[in-house]
Write a new protein. Sequence first.
Length: 173
Amino acid sequence: MNKTKSQLRALRKQYENQACLSDVPLSPTHFSTKALGERAIVKIHSLQKPSLESFHQLQDALNQQLEDEPKNAFVFDLRANIMTTTSEPSENSSVFFVVCEKYPEQADWISILPKGIYLYGYCSEEQRMETIQNIAAHAKAEYNTEIPFVIQSVIFTGMFQWVYEIQVLLTSA
C-alpha cells in the first residue's frame, strides 16, 4: 500500500512537472539556475544510450540490479535520467540512473549527486546534443565553471514523446 501511495505521489509530481512545461521554451540556448538538494541515485550500467527501448528496459534493469535487496526498502522517482561525465569522454561515459526517495542506509551502491546551484534548460530530442554543448560553454563563459558531468532528465510529455531537462552543477553547497 505504501509503495502504491509513493508511486501515485511520483506520478502526480510528474504530471505537475508536465503542466509546468507548457510555458517553458524548448531551446538549446535558454538557461536558468536553480538550487537542488542532494539526490541519492542508483546507476544502471547496462543502459547507456537514450531510446524508447532503453526507457522500457529501465524498470527491468533496475529490478534485476536490486534482485537481492528487499523491495519495500526502496522508493524511486519514476523519471529516467542520464549522466554523462565530461572529464573523460568515452563510449561508456553515459549511464542511466534513477533517483532514490527512500533506501536502506547500508546500501553501498547508492551514489550522491551534490546539493548546489544547477544551470538548466529544456530541449527536444533533436536539440539535445546542441543544448549539452551550449550549456557547457555557457557555464564556462558566464560562471567560469568546468562541469564534471551533465544530467539529462527525461520528462515524458505524452505517449512516445519526451523532452529533456539538461542540468549542470555550477557550485556545490
